[in-house]
Design a protein around this ligand. Structure first.
Ligand code: CA
Length: 233
């Protein structure tokens, strides 16, 4: 049997969220419902989805900001925006930022279901195009195809290990990453070495990416590890 597509619904209006959940479940999709933009962003750190249904007006983080974050980390998951009837600006901004489609509220559920099917069908094509993707935080840009790293438009040469560590930090912003977690994910399970190798490489990154630019986005969290502070860029 085909794997069920998993749809993340981000909608703060309980009534609409409930209808969407019922209808989508009835159509055979797996759904996760969240009512707040920040919850959605946290959910997206933890797992990936086949499609996102994003309301624009949300508490926490707006749907537009969520979409911007999703796309700027190189994530090509199809996104359908749900916008208010007269919010032309939202539609244009949404499409500019890489939304696949939008629906104006109130919408016919049948039409939404049709658009979801179309977006899911097109998804593998979109994913292929995104193999050249950009991880971005402020003035820091990482091209994951060419492995080029730029800060403030200046190219910075990194070793492979420094590069892998940087990508891991970028993919896990604003959360405490323990030395063990970094060792396991950047050096691999079978790494038998001193855990201070993490500190050494963090220092290398700071010397190359922070110092020359007067930046400070890798924070030391005492007794815990490190945190990539997205807002410091
Ligand atoms: Ca709303």
């Amino acid at each position: 049997m085909e794997k069920k597509s998993h749809i993340l619904v981000v909608e703060d209006e309980q009534r609409i969220a409930r209808v969407l959940q019922l209808e989508l479940t009835h159509e055979g999709y797996t759904t996760t419902i969240v009512h707040d933009g920040l919850d959605a962003w946290q959910t997206l750190q933890a797992q990936s989805f086949d499609l996102l249904l994003l309301d624009v007006m949300l508490p926490g983080l707006s749907g537009i900001e969520l979409l911007r974050r999703v796309r700027s980390r190189g994530d090509a998951t199809p996104v359908i925006m749900l916008t208010a009837r007269d919010a032309t600006v939202d539609k244009v901004t949404g499409l500019d930022l890489g939304a696949n489609d939008y629906m104006t509220k109130p919408f016919e559920i049948e039409e939404l279901l049709a658009r979801i099917r179309v977006s899911l069908r097109q998804a593998p094509i979109a994913k292929k195009h995104s193999s050249r993707s950009l991880l971005t935080a402020g003035s820091l840009h990482v091209d994951t195809a060419s492995h080029d790293v730029h800060v403030e438009n200046k190219h910075v040469a990194l070793t492979n290990r420094e590069y892998t560590l940087l990508c891991y930090l970028l993919e896990h912003p604003n959360q405490v990453l323990s030395r063990d977690q970094l060792l396991e994910n950047v050096w691999g399970y079978d790494f038998y070495g001193e855990t201070n190798v993490v500190d050494v490489y963090i220092r290398y990154l700071r010397n190359k990416l922070e110092k020359p630019f007067g930046l400070s986005f890798i924070q030391t969290v005492r007794g815990a590890g490190y945190m990539f502070k997205e807002s410091s860029l």
